[in-house]
Write a protein that binds this ligand. Structure first.
Ligand SMILES: *[C@@H]1O[C@H](CO)[C@@H](O)[C@H](O)[C@H]1NC(C)=O
Length: 592
């Protein structure tokens, strides 16, 4: 069960490993990437006579408060991760905060009526996105059913991701949102049969398992109205495996974790160097699961990690941010000098405002997330963002990095999520500066798409920086290419740029973001189309671009979902009702 593919570009991981010439690199430095209601029915308490206390369909529904009796998974004869030996039991579980929802302002723009003409254009675009999705899904079904990925050029199948059917689980909520009823029903029936029991000696990437599989089941459960107990049951099943990776002396997680060793009773320790996103971004998924099940173990697990982040936030080499590489065995988050909002850190930052929103702003815990977020963003804004020089003097920002105190002017496609995050946080915490920066970052990603030779941003690039973020007077603009260097020319069907454009549209209501999205969609669908589906591009700087035989599960889980939603009625998965995990799985905010 080796994960060989990651949301993060491998070469960046390699660079980081090289840069972070840190302490004992005993840990294998393999790479990786980086939400409230429930099921209470006091009239029908869960009967102890049915095998343990599994959620029963009759007791389901979207509720504002967790069940009073914790729900457990019914593994129906499959492996039960609760039965393995525990080494470091928790004496008392942290509890979800209780209280009246304290979210201040609404996130989404108050949309008015639109003309029939505008509606028709949007509907046509929405259908075009859906057609691309349907075609990919059809090929996946015919040629790669229950495998991790479809090979979009050769038409074969790949097991690249634990071989639990990554694309199948990752696509469930998109199928539901796109109203593909029969396909959704078939996919759910197949997905609930997946066996998450230990199979080989290999290690699994706990983070990726949580965002894609646990996130996939929770998203499908929430968007479909919290009726289908099979999905919640399945979420518990995979979460109980992931939870076992937190059974360490200091309760920090093992990121590359061997299910086999765990079953054999062998204790595993957190690595002395691991990626911060892997160490610390299960918060949204585990919190949502505790909200839905009343089982506080999951919320407890991530609260302990959050406290460590909080305690060490001001002690790092760039106080306010955590570096990419951390020692979770001690734990020590202060030795590395590489900082940025991009690959390998991303979701740690992204999940701070999202946790505040998922917790409905309730209690000291929500305020803790707000405080950590505001501190992190003031540092990130001052030390990692830059304004690039462009031929048209565009007023945009790019998110770079900070290495040992020096700003690094590389942009990544992956960091494009940051514009949406800052806009969301700007609304949640009433900060217009953040809103404005979120806009300029999103516009920066849109600009990069528009000015790249084939209308698609490369994976990694550099642009010359203006002296300051606000002023940029220069008489001789840079050369004909918008980039001074392209470090990695691939486009791997990533979602982050359309993700931020989607947030900007829903938050500002400006229809220009729908037009930007349409241009992006046309370029992407044209250049990535294959006989069966859509494939990654090795070099977007080459005209015409070529393709290679890869279609990661996030193409269906994220990229096409955001394209579909930006052309949908704003009430469909409203940002006031749902929080997206980092794999675009929408989790319901309790009571919404
Ligand atoms: C908004 O954020 C900036 C930078 O992070 C901070 O300096 C400012 O005080 C914040 N404004 C408000 C109104 O909270």
């Amino acid at each position: 069960m080796f994960f060989r593919r990651y949301k993060w570009p491998l070469f960046i991981v390699a660079t980081i490993v090289f840069l972070a010439t840190i302490a004992p690199l005993s840990a294998r430095f393999a790479p990786s990437k980086a939400t409230a209601f429930s099921i209470v029915d006091h009239k029908h308490p869960i009967s102890p006579t049915i095998s343990s206390s599994r959620p029963t369909p009759s007791s389901l529904g979207c509720s504002a408060t967790p069940p009073t009796t914790a729900l457990e998974s019914d593994t129906e004869g499959r492996f039960d991760w609760r039965t393995i030996a525990k080494h470091n039991p928790v004496e008392q579980y942290r509890q979800l905060p209780r209280g009246t929802p304290a979210l201040k302002s609404s996130v989404q723009h108050k949309f008015g009526a639109t003309s029939t003409e505008a509606k028709n254009i949007i509907a046509t675009r929405r259908e075009a996105v859906r057609d691309v999705f349907k075609r990919c899904w059809g090929s996946y079904k015919d040629r790669a059913w229950t495998k991790d990925e479809l090979a979009p050029i050769s038409g074969g199948a790949k097991d690249t991701f634990g071989s639990w059917g990554a694309t199948l689980v990752d696509s469930l909520d998109t199928l539901y949102i796109m109203d593909m009823k029969q396909e959704y029903a078939d996919a759910v029936s197949a997905a609930v049969e997946i066996d998450f029991g230990p199979r080989t000696d290999g290690e699994i990437n706990v983070f990726e398992t949580i965002i894609r599989y646990l996130g996939g089941f929770l998203g499908a459960y929430d968007v479909s109205g919290c009726h289908d107990a099979r999905l919640l049951n399945k979420a518990l099943e995979v979460a109980d495996m992931a939870y076992a990776a937190f059974d360490t002396p200091n309760r920090m997680p093992v990121s590359r974790w061997s299910p086999k060793k765990a079953v054999d009773g062998e204790e595993q320790l957190p690595a002395e160097s691991m990626l911060i996103a892997e160490a610390a971004s299960a918060s949204v998924e585990f919190t949502r699961l505790s909200q839905l099940t009343g089982d506080m173990r999951y919320f407890d697990a991530i609260s302990r990690v959050t406290d460590v982040l909080d305690q060490q936030q001001s002690l790092t080499k760039l106080p306010g941010m955590w570096p990419i590489s951390v020692n979770m065995r001690k734990p020590d988050l202060t030795f590395d000098g590489f900082f940025g909002l991009g690959a390998m850190a991303d979701s740690v930052f992204e999940y701070l405002p999202k946790m505040y929103q998922l917790l409905n702003g309730v209690g000291a815990v929500a305020v803790q997330y707000q405080k950590m977020y505001e501190y992190a963003m003031s540092t990130a804004i001052a030390h990692t963002l830059y304004r690039p020089m462009t031929h048209d003097k565009a007023d945009i920002l790019i998110a770079g990095a900070n290495i040992n105190g020096q700003q690094d002017y590389k942009g990544q496609h992956l960091v494009c999520f940051a514009g949406g995050m800052l806009a969301l946080g700007g609304r949640l915490f009433d900060n217009n500066t953040h809103m404005d920066i979120g806009r300029k970052l999103s516009d920066g990603c849109a600009w990069t798409y528009k000015n790249a030779p084939n209308g698609i941003m490369p994976e990694v690039f550099s642009m010359p920086a203006c002296p300051t973020m606000t002023a940029c007077d220069y008489t001789s603009p840079p050369g004909s290419s918008p980039f001074s260097e392209v470090g990695d020319g691939r486009y791997v069907l990533r979602p982050e740029a359309i993700e931020s454009i989607f947030y900007m549209y829903r938050i500002t209501g400006e229809s220009k973001y729908q037009d930007i999205a349409w241009d992006m969609f046309e370029a992407i669908s044209k250049h990535t189309r294959t006989d069966f589906a859509n494939a990654a591009i090795p070099d977007v700087m080459k005209t015409p671009p070529e393709r290679y035989d890869s279609m990661e599960s996030f193409w269906l889980a994220e990229t096409l979902k955001y394209f579909y939603l930006i052309f949908s009625d704003p009430d469909v998965i409203s940002l006031d009702d749902f929080v997206f995990n980092t794999e675009a799985h929408p989790f319901r905010i309790p009571g919404r």
